[in-house]
Design a protein around this ligand. Structure first.
Ligand code: CP
Ligand code: NVA
Length: 305
């Protein structure tokens, strides 16, 4: 079956996601082979929040496939304010062949996908960041040689990035331990669904309180900012609530000796991660950032060919 949209990893079966990772590996190894596959195709990139990696990787990615991007910042469209999400979706399908959206509510990307015949790709919502998780799992595959059974410790906020890692662990059979402070756990519906889905792949999802317990014997330690885009008013409270959740040398010592450190970036050194960890030889954050490009080219090929 061909899926029209890429909104959350929970919507896609394991085999298709795995194929997408394999395609991404091929795109990374032999980019020239794919240079004309989306010739003349236009991709609208709607950004209602700031972005470096997502915007640049989609723009560069579509160009490298022979197409081109039209970047639309939030002031330009004002989704749902200047005109309805439905009207934006129905207009864009007359002009372009795909849409990337970064916005707040996940319902907005779902609404857009429902009202348009062209692919809609989630470039981050408050709920999920599926392109990030695909790049993360490609990076884990490259560095650990497999995803199945790899022990990942996610330390910090049960946010969009955590949700997509959780769905991915279920799909790819990883063992993911999330450690979050009280009140910042991942959405229990995400955890419940992922735990049920993980039974098929041998994946394992644990939600813990103690970050040191999660980090013990980990192959991968992953963290993200404590204050996501749109939560700036909560920043002071979050700095207090996340005390003890910084990924630092003391925590990293508990992981396997060849552990890797991952972060979706942007990072705040001295908050969720110590500089001595993110700037150490264990850190693979820029390989992870680069893989956004290769994975998203695979997503574009899959949906826009
Ligand atoms: N990781 C990520 O999505 O980065 P940007 O917010 O810079 O796009
Ligand atoms: N959780 C972060 C991820 C940024 C890529 C945010 O939503 O701001």
């Amino acid at each position: 079956m061909k899926y029209k949209d890429f909104l959350a990893l929970r919507d896609w079966p394991s085999a298709d996601l795995l194929n997408m990772l394999l395609l991404a590996r091929s795109v990374k190894a032999e980019p020239a082979k794919y240079g004309r596959q989306l010739e003349g195709r236009a991709l609208a990139v709607i950004m209602e929040k700031p972005s470096l990696r997502t915007r640049v990787s989609f723009e560069a990615g579509i160009c490298q496939l022979g197409g081109f991007a039209i970047n639309l910042s939030s002031g330009e469209i004002s989704l749902g304010k200047r005109e309805s999400v439905r009207d934006v979706a129905k207009t864009l399908e007359r002009m372009v062949q795909g849409i990337v959206v970064r916005t707040f509510g996940h319902d907005i990307v779902e609404e857009m996908a429902k009202h348009t015949s062209i692919p809609v790709i989630n470039g981050l919502t408050d709920f999920a960041h599926p392109c990030q998780a695909m790049a993360d799992y490609l990076t884990i595959l490259e560095t650990k040689g497999d995803i199945n059974g790899v022990r990942i410790a996610y330390i910090g906020d049960g946010n969009n990035v955590a949700h997509s890692l959780i769905f991915g662990a279920a799909r790819f059979g990883a063992h993911l331990a999330v450690a979050a402070p009280a009140g910042y756990e991942p959405d229990p519906n995400v955890t419940r669904q992922a735990m049920a889905d993980a039974a098929e792949t041998g994946g394992k999802i644990e939600i813990l309180r103690d970050p040191l317990e999660a980090a013990t014997d980990a192959d991968v330690i992953y963290t993200d900012v404590w204050t996501s885009m749109g939560q700036e008013d909560e920043n002071e409270k979050r700095q207090r609530d996340f005390a003890g959740y910084q990924v630092n040398d003391e925590m990293a010592r508990l992981a396997k000796p060849d552990y890797v450190f991952m972060h979706c970036l942007p990072a705040h050194r001295g908050e969720e991660v110590a500089a001595s960890v993110i700037d150490s030889k264990h850190s693979i954050v820029f390989q992870q950032a680069e893989n956004r490009l290769h994975v998203q080219k695979a997503v574009l090929l899959e949906l826009m060919s």
